[in-house]
Design a protein around this ligand. Structure first.
Ligand SMILES: [Zn+2]
Length: 173
């Protein structure tokens, strides 16, 4: 069981284990917005319903950094090859170093793009100019959004969809 955490202005911040959620709640740092009706948790003195959504009293979402992960790169690129714009599943997409590693390119937001296997083969160890491929978007570090950073599972509660615009997210298995 997991709990969705909102900041004080009801903006989704993160998803935590129910144990962590209980600590936030019992220490008075958060209020319950929604509960798992069917699940009770016992402390030595009391009995609670397990929180499904909690709101932190004192937290405003600052500028959070998006983690540089496989999923987040694909998500930034809308699961499309950045050369031919073909959309693909995560398992079929590959990464391309715009400036190849062998030419001093780095593995970072600004130099990594989602790429289909066909374009990747064409690009090989070439620079953009040498390959004559055209980048459709300039790769950069994306802004933090909950859709990017939360991986939802099929068994996660439907109520969370009230708080997060999840329509763009492929469900994790
Ligand atoms: Zn392509």
């Amino acid at each position: 069981m997991r709990t969705l955490i909102l900041d004080s202005s009801f903006y989704p911040v993160t998803i935590v284990s129910w144990q962590k959620a209980m600590i936030l709640f019992l220490s008075g740092r958060a209020q319950v917005v929604d509960v798992y009706q069917e699940i009770q948790v016992r402390s030595p003195h009391k009995q609670f319903q397990l929180p499904k959504v909690l709101r932190l009293f004192n937290k405003h979402l600052g500028s959070k950094e998006v983690r540089f992960t496989r999923f987040n790169v694909f998500f930034r690129d809308d699961f499309a090859c950045q050369y031919c714009l073909k959309k693909m599943s995560m398992s079929d997409l590959t990464f391309d170093h715009v400036l190849p590693l062998s030419r001093g390119g780095q593995t970072c937001w600004e130099n990594i793009v989602s790429c289909c296997p066909t374009c990747n083969a064409k690009k090989g160890n070439k620079t953009l100019e040498e390959s004559r491929l055209k980048l459709q978007n300039k790769p950069k570090r994306p802004k933090w959004t909950p859709e990017m950073c939360f991986r939802l599972k099929k068994e996660d509660p439907e109520e969370w969809f009230t708080w997060i615009p999840f329509s763009k997210i492929p469900l994790a298995n």
